[in-house]
Design a protein around this ligand. Structure first.
Ligand code: AMP
Ligand code: MG
Length: 344
């Protein structure tokens, strides 16, 4: 049984909300609870307990070598989790917390071993979602939380997505409506110089550079064969059941691949944007992720669009591509993973 607690994120005094109180108690008791953040829904457990954290890995089918992000609601909680706070990390926290930025610190050894997957570092984030913040306060412990999907599936941006994947496998879910950003947090390693982006996400490279000057990218982000420093980045992810191909160039080029696949008798899906909604009359199913003129809307709608393909029997999916600037870098990172780097 998975309990669903409805919560209005705009309500006053969320810490008194009965659903949040019970969810917090359950986390403290070692159970798993899914909750909204400003990026995607997370699946939370007490970050100080190996037994609790193990339930996250089991519910998701997540490989044990993929560490979890620890969520806090107050900077005071950080001290206990890390060995030291580099000055550059202070600057980033001042600028982007609470918000979609995860920072990798030298670990103190206080969080459960399973959270860090045995690494000497720990990834920490302070989310900017009233329900997430209130839940962490109610639990009274830092909350380890990956995205609340079965491993390999697109991350959930609504409570319905979470229930699709995890009903019966987790204690409960706080339903606070759709998430905002739509893609996960940016992960920055603050244990190396220059600071290095391990995963692009809600805070853009341009924003980071404007804040701290020089910022590197993990080699694995540009060279698919390099070993990523964020263990999770090596796994296939965000993928619908049918194979996805990214098609560079304009709509007409995408249309040519659609026509060719149709001529081969295939059922074809297309991932597009509102501007091109009607541009693919030959496709069997078209999923729209936001507006091309505003990439934040594409990030917001991306996972819902990717999930929509699985409700149809499709043989192949063609996706339009986006410029890798601003939030476009995170969008293209996720699309490349969904497509297992197949680009036409
Ligand atoms: P998820 O929570 O599912 O969005 O994934 C969290 C991402 O952060 C994964 O790619 C992890 O491998 C990465 N991560 C978590 N902790 C660390 C760490 N200590 N060092 C490097 N990457 C990490
Ligand atoms: Mg995930």
């Amino acid at each position: 049984m998975t309990i669903v607690w409805k919560v209005d994120p705009d309500a006053a005094n969320l810490t008194d909300d009965p659903g949040i109180r019970e969810a917090g108690l359950r986390i403290k008791r070692g159970e798993t609870v899914a909750f909204p953040t400003e990026t995607v829904y997370g699946l939370g457990a007490n970050a100080l307990s190996n037994e609790a954290v193990q339930k996250i890995f089991e519910a998701k089918g997540r490989p044990g070598d993929n560490p979890l992000i620890v969520h806090i609601s107050d900077r005071v909680q950080l001290k206990d989790l890390v060995l030291s706070v580099p000055r550059e990390a202070e600057v980033l926290m001042d600028a982007f917390w609470p918000g979609p930025l995860t920072i990798v610190f030298p670990a103190s050894g206080r969080v459960a071993d399973k959270v860090t997957a045995g690494l000497p570092t720990v990834a920490v984030r302070m989310p900017d979602h009233p329900v997430a913040r209130a839940l962490i306060e109610a639990a009274g412990v830092p909350i380890a939380a990956p995205s609340a999907n079965r491993s390999g599936r697109p991350s959930p941006t609504t409570a319905a997505h979470v229930l699709e994947d995890l009903t019966g496998r987790i204690a409960g879910i706080l339903d606070g409506g759709a998430t905002g950003v739509g893609v996960e947090s940016t992960v920055v390693d603050a244990t190396v110089r220059p600071l290095t982006i391990l995963r692009p996400g809600g805070v853009t490279r341009e924003q980071l550079v404007a804040c701290v000057g020089e910022v590197e990218s993990d080699a694995a982000l540009t060279t698919p064969d390099a070993k990523p420093k964020a263990p999770g980045m090596k796994y296939r992810h965000y993928a619908p059941k049918a194979p996805v191909y990214l098609v560079t160039g304009d709509c007409e080029r995408v249309r040519r691949f659609v026509r060719q696949a149709k001529a081969e008798g295939k059922a074809v899906g297309v991932l597009t944007t509102a501007e091109h909604r009607d541009a693919y009359p030959d496709a069997d199913f078209v999923a729209v992720a936001g507006r091309r003129t505003d990439l934040a809307t594409v990030a917001h709608g991306l996972y819902d669009a990717l999930r929509a393909f699985d409700s149809r029997a499709l043989d192949v999916i063609f996706s339009e591509t986006f410029e890798r600037a601003g939030i476009g870098e995170a969008i293209m990172n996720r699309l490349n993973k969904a497509a297992a780097h197949r680009v036409l």
